[in-house]
Design a protein around this ligand. Structure first.
Ligand SMILES: Cc1cc2nc3c(=O)[nH]c(=O)nc-3n(C[C@H](O)[C@H](O)[C@H](O)COP(=O)(O)O)c2cc1C
Length: 429
């Protein structure tokens, strides 16, 4: 098991002896905005290519809290609504964008033009492409302090899960163009971090690239690796170094042996409802103990089991506790096979750090595990699966919540499997 994962486990005792204490004075910003001397392009969600960005990461609601404060929530979910990830993209040959490299400014729903491309250059070579790609190429980074401010050492897990959610969000928004998405984990992180101004002097490591994705088709045209210089633009306001996370990032930045997945996913979503359900998606804070149908179950499992096309497809095992699905035996399942026919609803709630309103009251509780080696790739894949679950349940009007906090070793004991417990999620009504 990767040492970082081992060191950041939660247990019944760890959460009591070492509770998270937040220093509110240091609360980081969740937005990164380039200065106004950069050209900014207002996104029009009715333009299909602008829509891919809009339906991936825009603000979708304003949430009010009892003490008079509010917060903006987005299309993509994020642990603690801290949104550690930033989205960059290259547009080539698409309507509504000049051929250029952009940053998505979430706060204002604008694309900031960072660098206008000359015809023979692009970011393709940094992402493993040999020819120019027509469409959008994405890069996902993490401004890790946004998450480590609250979650301390465990935050690298959340940066990766949230990045996976963003990749999964791209996957669904791309269906509107329509296009399939290819995930790229084998990107030249070091060169890209330098190119985008992330690794300059004192600020080195505060923002780092984690992955890429393409919503594009190959052209028969060669392309050179683009070179430019960008200033470092701070994405958190406050900052405290986390050496454990920085080390984990560096150690996992070069991929070990990798197996690509070339088969593309096939989803059945009607466009108008998909758009609506993307904007309506929310995390449900608790369920009322109502069942879902077997048809829902089938539809959900189909969406989760579709392949995820990528350059490094790590195996992620899916264990599911069924609490309330009509006409289905309750119990623990693995790969659609019933392992134990028992009422585990209490146990599922307990394992999710005693979040009983989710794990116990829900219809199904998911646990994702892996024994694979490429930590950044396998963790982001768990996030993509999580996003598929949010997307399909939102489409079907079923509630969903990601659960990043669980008792790691006790989940292992429950499913009787070793390996890293990556994520839990609950769905229900
Ligand atoms: C990786 C991840 C872990 C999460 N963990 C929890 C959790 O343990 N408990 C919980 O109530 N919500 C959890 N959530 C839900 C977030 O709090 C939620 O996404 C965020 O507040 C934004 O709200 P929204 O999803 O409604 O947009 C998690 C979400 C993600 C993506």
């Amino acid at each position: 098991m990767y040492w970082y994962h081992k060191e950041t486990k939660h247990s019944y005792y760890s959460v009591r002896s070492n509770p998270n204490q937040m220093d509110w004075v240091l609360q980081p910003s969740t937005y990164k905005n380039y200065p106004n001397r950069f050209e900014k392009i207002e996104l029009d969600k009715n333009n299909p290519w602008h829509g891919v960005i809009y339906y991936t990461a825009s603000i979708s609601t304003k949430k009010y809290y009892p003490h008079g404060t509010h917060r903006y929530l987005r299309v993509n979910p994020s642990a603690g609504a801290l949104y550690p990830n930033e989205l960059y993209f290259q547009a080539r040959g698409v309507e509504g964008f000049k051929d250029a490299i952009y940053h998505y400014e979430v706060e204002t729903n604008r694309a900031t033009l960072l660098y206008a491309l000359k015809e023979t250059e692009g970011i393709e070579p940094y992402m493993g492409y040999e020819t120019a790609m027509k469409g959008l190429l994405f890069l996902v980074s993490a401004v890790y302090y946004r998450s480590s401010w609250k979650y301390r050492n465990r935050a690298f897990r959340y940066c990766l899960l949230d990045a996976g959610h963003l990749l999964g969000s791209i996957e669904h928004a791309a269906l509107l163009v329509p296009h399939t998405t290819n995930i790229k984990y084998d990107i030249e992180r070091k060169k890209l971090n330098k190119l985008f101004g992330f690794s300059t002097g004192d600020t080195d490591g505060r923002e780092v690239f984690l992955s890429g994705a393409s919503v594009a088709t190959a052209l028969e045209k060669s392309v050179n690796a683009v070179q430019f210089e960008l200033p470092y633009v701070d994405g958190s306001g406050t900052f405290e170094v986390n050496e454990m996370m920085e080390l984990a990032y560096k150690q996992t930045s070069y991929l070990l042996e990798k197996t690509p997945q070339k088969t593309k996913a096939n989803f059945y979503y009607e466009k108008t409802r998909l758009k609506e359900s993307i904007l309506e998606r929310r995390s449900q804070r608790g369920f009322e103990g109502q069942a879902i149908t077997k048809l829902h179950y089938t539809r959900i499992m189909e969406a989760l089991n579709e392949p995820i096309a990528s350059d490094c497809d790590e195996v992620v095992e899916l264990f599911v506790v069924l609490n309330r699905v009509q006409n289905m035996p309750i119990g623990l399942y693995h790969n659609a096979k019933l392992l134990k026919n028992e009422d585990f609803s209490q146990r599922a709630g307990y394992l999710c750090l005693e979040q009983y309103s989710l794990g116990t009251q829900g219809a199904m509780t998911f646990f994702l595990l892996s024994t694979a080696k490429n930590y950044q790739a396998l963790y982001q894949k768990a996030g993509i699966i999580g996003q598929r679950l949010y997307a399909v349940t939102s489409y079907l009007n079923i509630g969903c919540s990601g659960i990043g906090a669980y008792y790691d070793d006790e989940v292992n004991a429950f499913v009787e499997q070793e390996g890293m417990v990556l994520y839990a999620l609950a769905i229900g009504r």
